[in-house]
Design a protein around this ligand. Sequence first.
Ligand SMILES: [Zn+2]
Length: 237
Amino acid sequence: MPAPETAAIKCSITPTFASGDAKVGVIEHLMAAVSGAGIDDLLVTLDGPEPPILDGDALSYFKLLEQAGTRAQSGPKHAIKVTRTVAVTIKDASITLSPADAAEYSYDLDYSNTKAIGRQSYTVPFTRDSFAREIAPARTFGFMHELEMLNKMGLGRGASLQNTLAIEGDTVINKDLMRFPDEFVRHKILDAIGDMALAGAPLIARFHGVKSGHATNNAVLRALFADPANYMTIDLA
Ligand SMILES: [Zn+2]
């Protein structure tokens, strides 16, 4: 039986952002690229319900942003510095945001139910170079058995076996697309960077996620901003 054209993408089950009648979903790869490029002022115009998936990564957007170039503005540039550890847990997923001198992401992933992924851990300083080299190329992934359900729900539009790592049993069906042996945990960090960009300014903290996803990412930002003692806004040069 030929493989279906579309693969489920777990990371795309994300809340939509809405204002009036307008809503948009699956923005995390674009937001990660914008954040990784150090851009804090950008107008994005969309004519569809979600940004194109492109290569299922953030590198596609990052390269386009690099090509377009940036222009320095005269206004102040702020960052949000975490001053007190904030932690959230939802079922078996957790995130800790801890005070740090510079942004760093660390993630523990556990898909012990498939040898295609297994357990993976990764830690990376969040700099433009490390993002471009180690995180941005990591493609999204999903399980073939979720395909039918997600297709019925109309999710994961644009995802295909050409841009999404698709897992069936203990195998990555399209292994030739893989760019790293531990691509899955790197992509989870990519998603986390995209979601943390919704803080509204660069976050100076150590992010440590364990089996976390969009719901936990959202919850940790809400927990952070729930108490002004958790953070301070600082001016960047
Ligand atoms: Zn993703």
